[in-house]
Design a protein around this ligand. Structure first.
Ligand code: SAH
Ligand code: SF4
Length: 427
């Protein structure tokens, strides 16, 4: 999400005559794109500000801006307590950046954190900052209308807005023409994508299908699916198109129906498992990943064990796991006590990570002896004699380079695996 936003910002500023630099010492303007999702994400930004303070001392005309979610959440604090910050710009105000920079250059503090009900930056062609030139993100919606009790996103990114499908398809076609071979459609809850005008109404399955039909050589991924909204219609669409990847990121957050209710996730453990079963039936080869939170308010040992058992039953291929971090202003912060002690949160997180390591290892071992179509993304991290790419299921595969090149598809026989990677050879 933040990469996609940074690409929009670079595009707006390039049009206004700015250029990016790889060397921070040469920069006349430093913009830090921020995340507020957990407290440690914000702490890292305060640390980053401290780390670049010497640049400001050396060259007082360097302007420093905080953009994105933390700008939205902490505008006053950023300006009042941190004399380094010249600009504070929220996620819906990036079009104003050239004006705000001019204001900062004139010596004023420049702020715009207004949230919008319409802004989707639909007409802006992001300047790609990814390095591989093979896979890219395409934002299809902004904001979120769900009110998960722990989550700050609706407050810092505003209400949900879907982007005009015509502009999504145009961006995807441009990427294909530039040589890209994979797009990931991004939204906080892609299943609730909805575009309406006088003569048409398009939901996510239709949009996904249209993107898949742009070019059969283009792989299509998407994130994030919400368990309450993921439909059989979407699963059948994935099954119908070879180039829609067989991987669904379906954050469960907890395996306890009681905790899910407190979290306001609007589904139960049974509902989640029903969706997993539907995926197993309709897309048998589909990989599944999740986000999990440990130590949410009132979570008991039994609730935690239900999370572990849901993970085991589903057999996730991959998981992002977090300790609950109370975010000011959210429903949980206002109404519930953050009553699971830090050491218990850590202990439960460690148990969860240990279980997921086991599940991930099992998922990789299962692939040994099988053949996968791999999209090559570039050289492996360790050696230029090996290439690295991913399967449709989003698993990283490393194999001898031979005459193969990035951007090509290759059939790889998996021979062994490490904890993070499948290793094989082309056939
Ligand atoms: N829209 C996505 C999630 C976006 S945030 C969804 O609904 O799945 C990414 C992940 O951060 C969430 O899935 C959740 O697991 C985690 N997260 C969000 N708020 C959190 C908090 N206050 N403490 C800990 N983890 C949190
Ligand atoms: Fe946050 Fe819930 Fe929206 Fe995801 S769906 S962004 S967790 S409020």
């Amino acid at each position: 999400m933040n990469v996609a936003d940074s690409e929009v910002v670079v595009s707006i500023l390039s049009d206004a005559g700015y250029e990016t630099t790889k060397n921070i010492n040469n920069a006349g303007l430093i913009l830090i794109n921020t995340c507020s999702i957990r407290d440690n994400a914000e702490q890292r930004i305060w640390g980053r500000l401290k780390a670049i303070s010497h640049l400001k001392k050396r060259k007082n005309d360097v302007k420093i801006g905080i953009i994105g979610c933390m700008a939205e959440r902490l505008k006053e604090k950023l300006l009042e307590t941190n004399h380094l910050v010249d600009l504070v710009v929220g996620p819906d105000a990036y079009r104003e950046l050239p004006l705000l920079i001019a204001e900062a250059e004139a010596g004023h503090k420049a702020v715009n954190v207004l949230l919008s009900r319409e802004e989707t930056y639909a007409d802006i062609s992001p300047v790609r900052m990814d390095k591989n030139g093979v896979s890219s993100f395409v934002s299809i919606m902004r904001g979120c209308n769900n009110m998960c009790a722990y989550c700050v996103v609706p407050y810092v990114r505003g209400a949900e807005r879907s982007r005009n499908p015509v502009s999504v398809l145009k961006e995807v076609k441009e990427l294909v023409d530039m040589g890209y071979r994979e797009v990931t459609l991004l939204g906080q809850n892609v299943d609730s994508y909805k575009w309406k005008n006088d003569d048409q109404s398009i939901g996510f399955p239709e949009l996904l299908e249209k993107v898949a039909m742009v070019n059969p050589m283009l792989r299509v991924r998407f994130s994030t699916s919400h368990p309450k909204d993921i439909s059989d219609d979407l699963l059948h669409t994935i099954a119908r198109h070879e180039n829609i990847c067989n991987h669904i990121h379906l954050p469960a957050q907890s395996g306890s129906s009681h905790i899910l209710k407190l979290m306001n996730r609007e589904y139960s453990r049974e509902w989640y498992m029903d969706r997993v079963n539907a995926i197993r039936i309709i897309i048998p080869e589909c990989a599944l990943s999740t986000d999990m939170i440990t130590g949410f308010c009132t979570e008991t040992r039994e609730d935690h064990e239900e999370s572990l058992s849901l993970m085991e039953l589903t057999g996730f291929d991959f998981a992002y796991m977090f300790k609950y971090s109370e975010r000011p202003g959210t429903k949980a912060a206002r109404k519930y006590l953050d009553d699971v002690p830090e050491d218990i949160k850590s202990e439960r997180l460690s148990e969860m990570i240990a279980l997921q390591n086991k599940l991930s290892a099992k998922s990789k071992k299962n692939d040994i002896g099988k053949v996968f179509d791999v999209l090559i993304e570039g050289f492996s991290k360790r050696s230029d004699e090996y290439l690295s790419g991913r399967t449709s299921q989003n698993k990283v595969v490393v194999f001898p380079a031979g005459d193969l090149k990035k951007g090509e598809y290759v059939k790889i026989l998996i021979e062994r695996c490490t904890s993070a990677t499948l290793i094989g050879k082309s056939i």
